[in-house]
Design a protein around this ligand. Structure first.
Ligand code: C2E
Ligand code: CA
Ligand code: CA
Ligand code: CA
Length: 277
């Protein structure tokens, strides 16, 4: 009836404005989070599969909200990206991950590479290379201990610009890896032209032990090696998955099987674990 559809419309309207209000509140809160130091970085160890040594840590952003507690990045990064706030947040992450890695080195831990996720907007900034250079200078971290993770789709647009940025980063000595590899669209032509040092196989191919997934994982490993890149598998949760990766000569692994992302104060335990193994 007419009455029903009017009510439906009202409800529809109300839910739109409620969504909108939630988004506005979240945007305001995100700004405040940055100002009031509510962000934290957790670190997930990465291991060399052959030597079993910890060789890197991926920096993963956490929002420790004063009332709601930990909010996972999947719920606020998209909004941060949409509003442009990701530029400031991303700069904060980059800086703090470098500070932390330098600190571990100064404390005498064996040097590892810290991996930092870059959002599309961040990667497309004109002065990204300069920013990274400044952060390395300010923190005193050697460029070889920083790795920037970009996704396939980011690497596939505006070829000339991307190539220039990647070459600039390479000249600094920073490593670049392609994250979530296999889920996007990439062409062999780009892969062979871009100075990228590592492919990160997306966890969807690791988690589900299907014949097709195993075939995909094998071919990504072989392709990486023939393009002189290293390859790491994400989302490794079981011994079987690790055994398969080892058999197929995958270089590195990351996943809950070894460790979930940890707050910085738990990382020294990971370093000493490395000595024992
Ligand atoms: P990602 O870059 O693909 O990060 C890996 C995600 O997989 C992390 O989720 C990690 O906790 C999770 N993970 C690791 N091992 C396992 C496993 O064995 N099993 C399963 N099921 N999951 C595993 P998280 O921390 O929730 O991050 C989600 C996404 O948020 C990241 O995906 C990344 O795209 C984004 N993100 C996180 N931190 C940042 C940041 O500082 N900047 C930007 N731009 N994006 C970030
Ligand atoms: Ca990543
Ligand atoms: Ca990933
Ligand atoms: Ca991702």
């Amino acid at each position: 009836t007419k009455e029903d559809s009017r009510n439906d419309f009202k409800m529809f309207n109300a839910s739109i404005s409620e969504n909108f209000r939630t988004m506005l509140t979240m945007e305001t809160e995100l700004r405040r989070a940055l100002k009031e130091n509510q962000f934290e970085i957790h670190y997930q160890p990465q291991k060399n599969i052959d030597s079993n040594e910890v060789i890197g840590m991926e920096a993963l952003l956490r929002w420790n909200h004063p009332i709601k507690g930990y909010i996972p990045p999947g719920t606020f990064i998209p909004l941060a990206e949409k509003t442009g706030l990701i530029i400031d947040i991303g700069h904060w992450v980059l800086k703090h991950a470098c500070v932390q890695n330098k600190k571990w080195q100064m404390e005498g831990h064996p040097p590892i590479v810290v991996g930092v996720n870059l959002s599309a907007k961040q990667f497309h900034q004109k002065n990204l290379v300069e920013q990274v250079h400044t952060i390395l200078k300010e923190t005193g971290l050697d460029a070889e201990y920083l790795e920037l993770e970009i996704t396939e789709s980011m690497a596939m647009s505006n070829e000339e610009f991307i190539l220039k940025t990647l070459q600039g980063l390479r000249e600094l000595g920073v490593q670049v890896s392609i994250d979530d590899f296999g889920t996007g669209y990439s062409s062999m032509k780009y892969l062979s032209r871009f100075p990228v040092s590592k492919l990160k196989i997306d966890k969807v191919f690791i988690t589900e032990n299907k014949k097709q997934n195993q075939a995909i994982v094998k071919s990504i490993i072989h392709m990486s090696h023939s393009l002189n890149m290293k390859v790491i598998a994400e989302g490794v949760e079981t011994e079987e998955q690790l055994a398969f990766l080892k058999k197929e000569k995958c270089d590195e692994m990351q996943g809950f099987f070894y460790s979930k992302p940890l707050p910085p104060k738990q990382i020294p335990g990971i370093f000493s674990d490395r000595m024992v193994n």
